[in-house]
Design a binder for this molecule. Structure first.
Ligand code: FAD
Ligand code: DHB
Length: 389
């Protein structure tokens, strides 16, 4: 088989890139190791910057997002009995949209199917060949048979544990990493969200977040030790812990119900440099991870795809490879700023037992400063709504 571009992975990065290329008449095949239903069932991101919304609009995949997504003009940070509202719209003129990653994935899958894009699901043992040379290829096992796709370029969109980054020789790549000593225990429930806007909570017992997917579906998280397993968190324990961390008015308004999904996510900051190795490009979680606190992961995958698609389109349409050559530097410049913001939000809001009482007082002093300073709120808000690309 032959394609101009092979995309490894059909998560948000792979599907977005696939759609950008399809729209420009570039022939790209996606190889995904999991079944489509598995990819659709992964509950993750929920908050979209306006840049992603604009990208989905350009791709003709934003109709349901506009019908069902919730536009949020601000959010609350609660701490020490106090509460500050970050007025995103007032401070930046921009908003964010609450719309689940599962829904974006479905919309992009539908758009891809309608446009006749080729996605090979359950592509096992994917292997990348000769990307440092002129004629790369990608092989996999599909239905027990070897499938080899020859191509011009490979886009590694296969997430943090994928094969693309792992295929790069160790001497050609540099990794920067911080692993945090806790995780997020997340619950999805068909209950009315506790408030119209998100509430990020910094509490002595640990961080908590009240998010949502719709007016009838809530998403909540609590910081938990990495040593704990999901089965140690029956629903009753989760709701009791969440309630203890919420401000009194929210705790009394909390509507609980049976969880429909429950998982623990570890927290990590990670950046690989560079993002280009000959004819292989890394994008999304394959290239970098942010701790989820700033809601930046999917949004960064989209900005990577924006730059990479521009480069590939300029190459095929105008025979111009300058943008492809600049892809790594352009994408990384934005990645590092989002890494900084996510790391800062994580440090500000979580309980770090090893930082002791002094560390806690520094957090509270910073939260009080943010509450009183429009300048500090503006800095937070302009990062939260997303830096331009
Ligand atoms: P992935 O979604 O990981 O997709 C990679 C795909 O590649 C997968 O389908 C995988 O099956 C496939 N794959 C892997 N290995 C192979 C292989 N060897 N061969 C073939 N295919 C392979 N981000 C936000 O922007 N906002 C949020 O509010 C937010 N909240 C989050 C909350 C939680 C709890 C978590 C865990 C994450 C959150 N994120 C958020 C981050 C966001 O979900 C990720 O950044 C996003 O999924 C990255 O997309 P991706 O396509 O790069 O990678
Ligand atoms: C969600 C996740 C986040 O990391 C965040 O900052 C806000 C919302 C969510 O899953 O809804």
């Amino acid at each position: 088989m032959r394609a101009q571009v092979v995309i490894v992975g059909a998560g948000p990065a792979g599907l977005l890139l696939g759609q950008c290329l399809l729209q420009s008449g570039i022939d790209a095949v996606i190889l995904e190791q999991r079944p489509a239903q598995y990819v659709l069932g992964r509950v993750r991101a929920g908050v979209l910057e306006s840049g992603v919304v604009a990208l989905l609009e350009r791709l003709g995949a934003a109709d349901r997002l506009h019908a069902e997504g919730l536009v949020h003009e601000g959010f609350d940070i609660a701490f020490a009995g106090g509460r500050v509202r970050i007025d995103l719209a007032g401070l930046t003129g921009k908003t964010v949209t609450v719309y689940g990653q599962t829904e974006i994935t479905k919309d992009l899958m539908d758009a891809r199917a309608a446009a006749g894009g080729n996605t090979v699901y359950e592509a096992l043992d994917v292997a990348l060949h000769d990307f440092e040379a002129e004629r790369p290829s990608v092989s996999c096992i599909k239905d027990g048979k070897t499938l080899t796709v020859e191509c011009d370029f490979i886009a590694g969109c296969d997430g943090f544990h994928g094969i693309s980054r792992a295929s790069v020789p160790a001497g050609a790549i540099r990794n920067y990493e911080r692993v945090y000593p806790f995780g997020w225990m997340g619950v999805l429930a068909d209950t009315q969200p506790v408030s119209e806007e998100l509430i990020y909570v910094s509490h002595e017992r640990g961080f908590a977040l009240c998010s949502q997917r719709s007016r009838t579906r809530s998403r909540y998280y609590v910081q938990c030790p990495l040593s704990e397993q999901v089965d140690e968190w029956p629903d009753e324990r989760f709701w009791a812990e969440l309630r203890r961390r919420l401000p009194a008015d929210a705790a009394s308004a909390l509507v609980v119900g049976p969880s429909i999904e429950k998982s623990i996510a570890p927290l990590r900051s990670f950046v690989a440099e560079p993002l280009r190795f000959g004819r292989l490009f890394l994008a999304g979680d394959a290239a970098h991870i942010v701790p989820p606190t700033g809601a930046k992961g999917l949004n960064l995958a989209a900005s990577d795809v924006h730059y990479l698609a521009e480069g590939l389109i300029a190459f095929y349409k105008n025979k111009n490879s300058v943008e492809l050559e600049n892809y790594s530097a352009r994408a990384l410049a934005r990645v590092w700023k989002a890494e900084r913001f996510s790391w800062w939000m994580t440090k500000l809001l979580h309980r770090f037992p090893e930082e002791g009482d002094f560390g806690r007082r520094m957090q509270l002093a910073e939260l009080e400063y943010i509450s009183a300073s429009r300048a500090a709120q503006t800095a937070l808000a302009e990062n939260y709504v997303g830096l331009p690309y």
